[in-house]
Design a protein around this ligand. Structure first.
Ligand code: C2E
Ligand code: MG
Ligand code: MG
Ligand code: MG
Length: 274
């Protein structure tokens, strides 16, 4: 009797691990396949001025699969891509693709900037700045029209490496956004020392500040501090007119969120770079 129970337990345990492993292997194959056949695309989400909703920038967000049938969300495949180092070739594809799209937008008379997410592994692999700047040149894009989005973990875990790569990019005119600010170990005193231009306040603050007084106090402090330090600030994940109004009242100038536009592909045919 007892043995049967523990056998059952063990086989249940095994089958759930098994399921997870199989799912990861499947996802890994999908990632490799997507990379090989270039069945990935970028969705672009606007970054706006909050007072008049003018679009000042776009953020490129990676999607797997065909435009009509995406197969997984970034929160599922980006961590796996990082663990398997597939993020390196994928990340290069993202950079090339986003810069070509930017060139197209600019040639149509737009003056938006293009923000590209970069994972810690891409920054650790020295050569990101070389690759990025050579691709910009190849696409006829002025580096000052571009933005790299990084999270603070890389800046704290590998400060020298990250700093030297980011310095090179910034010297060439590329701006740096600090993504998901407020979620990690972020200490506000760090901000003054990091090689960044703008902080992006994490969505969790925006979704809660109207109901959570302490979040509102911290958010207001972030807005004031960034301004006093000469840094830009973008509020992420604005979904409602109440959030928009509340942020404007706090003196927040820029934002991003479903209220202003969801991430969407810009062209329906995906130009594959040679
Ligand atoms: P992120 O860079 O912080 O991007 C913002 C995420 O929030 C995006 O999710 C976007 O679709 C979502 N979002 C924007 N506005 C709203 C809103 O109003 N409400 C809600 N609920 N969500 C909103 P997505 O596209 O699923 O990407 C998730 C994360 O995956 C990104 O977070 C980024 O860290 C990573 N990622 C996406 N594309 C790339 C890429 O090309 N390279 C790398 N390394 N990471 C990427
Ligand atoms: Mg981002
Ligand atoms: Mg973000
Ligand atoms: Mg975020």
């Amino acid at each position: 009797e007892a043995k049967t129970n523990s056998d059952q337990h063990i086989s249940f345990y095994h089958s759930s691990i098994d399921k997870k492993v199989r799912k990861n292997i499947h996802l890994r194959h999908q990632l490799e396949g997507a990379l090989q056949h270039k069945s990935m695309f970028l969705a672009y989400q606007p970054i706006v001025e909050l007072d008049d909703r003018m679009v000042v920038g776009m953020e490129a967000l990676l999607r797997l699969g065909a435009i009509a049938a995406p197969i997984a969300t970034p929160s599922e495949f980006i961590p796996l891509a990082e663990r398997t180092a597939l993020i390196l070739p994928i990340g290069r594809w993202v950079i090339t693709q986003a810069l070509e799209q930017l060139c197209q937008l600019r040639s149509q008379g737009s003056d938006v900037t293009m923000a590209i997410n970069v994972s810690p592994l891409q920054l650790k692999e020295t050569g990101l700045s070389d690759f990025f700047l050579s691709q910009a040149e190849r696409s006829g894009v002025d580096p000052s029209w571009t933005v790299i989005e990084v999270t603070e973990s890389i800046l704290i875990e590998h400060p020298d490496l990250a700093t030297s790569e980011l310095r090179r990019l910034r010297e060439a005119g590329v701006k740096v956004h600090l993504d998901d600010f407020g979620t990690g170990y972020s200490s506000m005193s760090w901000l003054a020392r990091l090689p960044i231009d703008t902080i992006k306040v994490d969505r969790s603050f925006i979704s809660d500040f109207l109901h959570d007084h302490r979040k509102a106090v911290v958010l207001e402090a972030m807005i004031r501090l960034s301004r006093d330090l000469g840094l830009g600030l973008i509020a992420e994940g604005i979904e409602t007119v109440e959030q928009h109004a509340g942020l404007l009242a706090m003196g927040c100038v820029r934002g991003q969120g479903y209220l202003f536009g969801r991430p969407e592909p810009l062209t329906h045919s995906c130009a594959v770079p040679a």
